[in-house]
Each structure stands twice: as structure tokens, then as C-alpha cells.
Unconditional design. Structure first.
Length: 264
């Protein structure tokens, strides 16, 4: 990928994940309000820090990595001072549409909306991306190249972004909840915490790797491990009686609904 000057507005966890993935191969300007955080980022990654106006003026690609509730304030610089058509804005703020940014940035701002998830913190995330009205040919490809530094990407239509938020954006929380309760149940069966974590973590990791490497899908693998009348079947019967499949679907619908609400 051609080397670009990248500006990152917001140096929190997601901002740092991007810095970590990009700073060795790109020139990075970071804008962060917390002085202690600025000091930390400069020391660890040797990046340049600046105010919003300087970041916007110098960068060709600007990544907006502040919280949704703080975004409007972050976009309050003198927008008329810059030719936004020559810059690409990538937002990773949940719930905020490309229309929101086009309205606040003015002109024909080129915007790509992205929804990363928590594993980007270790470079193993998945990010859904969609193009705004004025995004040019190649903007999605450029966004993919940049966001590829923290994991994989998938291009979607923007009307599916709330669903992406529900499925993968919030998805790590579902996994952590399941693992938390799985460990608690193992402790109740008599294992200590260390043993329970070891058994659950390795089972989870091995099963995930098997899913990736196997020619069979999740349903087929589940069938293979579930012998009729066996121990796994006994557990599956409990999940089925508890309507586990419906519970998962209802949970994702609730997350999707909340994502839509955040856009208002």
C-alpha cells in the first residue's frame, strides 16, 4: 500500500490498536485530549501528536476514533478551511451514519463507515465497512488496506451496519459471557478456578481452530461430536429446552435495535 499520512482523532483503545498496526509503516498524527494518554502514546509508538486542526491539515486519511457521544464536538473545527474532497474520513464510531458525517463535515466529504470489534486490540479483529455518498473509487480499497492492519474486513451495504454491530461488533461480549458462565459451571462441578479456565479456554481455542480448518461447518461438526444418547446429547437437550437458539436471536435483535437508536 502506498504510504499515506494518517491522522487519528482519539487515542483510546481502538485508536491505539490502529496506531500499533500502522505506526511502523505510515506517518501518524494523533489528536488526543488526555495529556497522560498523549505522553504514553508518544513514548510507546514515537508518533506525532497535534491538535485537530493540524491533524486535518496534514493528513490525507483521517480516522475518527472518538466515542459517538463526543463526535459532534470533535467535528467542530473550522471546516471551511480545508478541502475535504481531497481527504478520506474513516469513522469507527458505533451507530453514526455516513450521512451524519457528510452533514457535519459539509461539502462533499468522502466518508467510509467502519465497525471494528474488540479483538482488533490484538490484531485479530473483523471490521465491517461501507462507503458514503461521495466516497470515490478506491476509497473502500484504501480503507480495507488501512484497517487490515488490525484484522480482516468485510464490505457491506450501510443499511446492514446495525446488523454487523449486533453480530461482530458486540459479538466478543457474547463469547465472554458464555465463557464466564462455562467456567462458573465447571467450578460448581468441583474444579478450581485455574483448572476450570484451562479446560474451558483450551476447549474454546481448539474448537475455534477446528472450525477454521475443517471442511465441515459448525452444524456438521456439532452433529459429529453429538452421539445419540451420549453425554453431549444430554447437554444439547438442555440447551434446546431452554430455547438457546431463540435467545441468541433475540439478543442480536436487541443489539441491532440499540445501534439504530444511537444514530438518532
Amino acid at each position: 500500500m502506498e504510504k499515506n499520512i494518517i491522522g487519528i482523532i482519539g487515542g483510546g483503545n481502538m485508536g491505539e490498536a490502529l496506531i500499533k498496526g500502522l505506526y511502523k509503516s505510515h506517518s501518524i498524527f494523533v489528536c488526543e485530549a488526555n495529556p497522560e494518554r498523549v505522553k504514553y502514546l508518544k513514548k510507546k509508538y514515537k508518533v506525532s501528536t497535534a491538535g485537530i486542526s493540524d491533524v486535518i491539515a496534514n493528513a490525507k486519511v483521517i480516522i475518527l476514533a472518538v466515542k459517538p457521544q463526543d463526535m459532534q464536538a470533535a467535528l467542530s473545527w473550522r471546516r471551511s478551511d480545508y478541502s475535504k474532497e481531497n481527504k478520506l474520513f474513516i469513522s469507527i464510531a458505533a451507530g453514526l451514519t455516513t450521512q451524519f458525517f457528510e452533514k457535519h463535515l459539509g461539502g462533499k466529504a468522502r466518508v467510509v463507515r467502519a465497525m471494528p470489534n474488540m479483538p482488533v486490540l490484538i490484531g485479530e479483529g473483523i471490521t465491517g465497512i461501507s462507503a458514503g455518498r461521495y466516497a470515490k473509487n478506491g476509497d473502500l480499497k484504501l480503507a480495507q488496506s488501512i484497517l487490515g492492519a488490525i484484522g480482516e474486513t468485510v464490505i457491506i451495504k450501510e443499511d446492514m451496519m446495525d446488523a454487523v454491530t449486533a453480530v461482530s461488533g458486540s459479538g466478543p461480549g457474547y463469547v465472554f459471557l458464555f465463557v464466564e458462565q462455562w467456567i462458573n459451571a465447571a467450578v460448581k462441578l468441583g474444579f478450581n478456578q485455574i483448572q476450570a479456565r484451562q479446560l474451558v479456554y483450551k476447549t474454546l481455542l481448539g474448537s475455534t481452530h477446528l472450525l477454521e480448518k475443517s471442511p465441515f461447518n459448525a452444524g456438521e461438526l456439532r452433529t459429529k461430536v453429538t452421539s445419540k444418547g451420549g453425554t453431549t446429547q444430554a447437554a444439547m437437550d438442555v440447551f434446546s429446552k431452554g430455547k438457546f437458539d431463540q435467545l441468541i436471536y433475540k439478543a442480536l435483535l436487541a443489539a441491532k435495535k440499540r445501534s439504530k437508536e444511537l444514530a438518532k
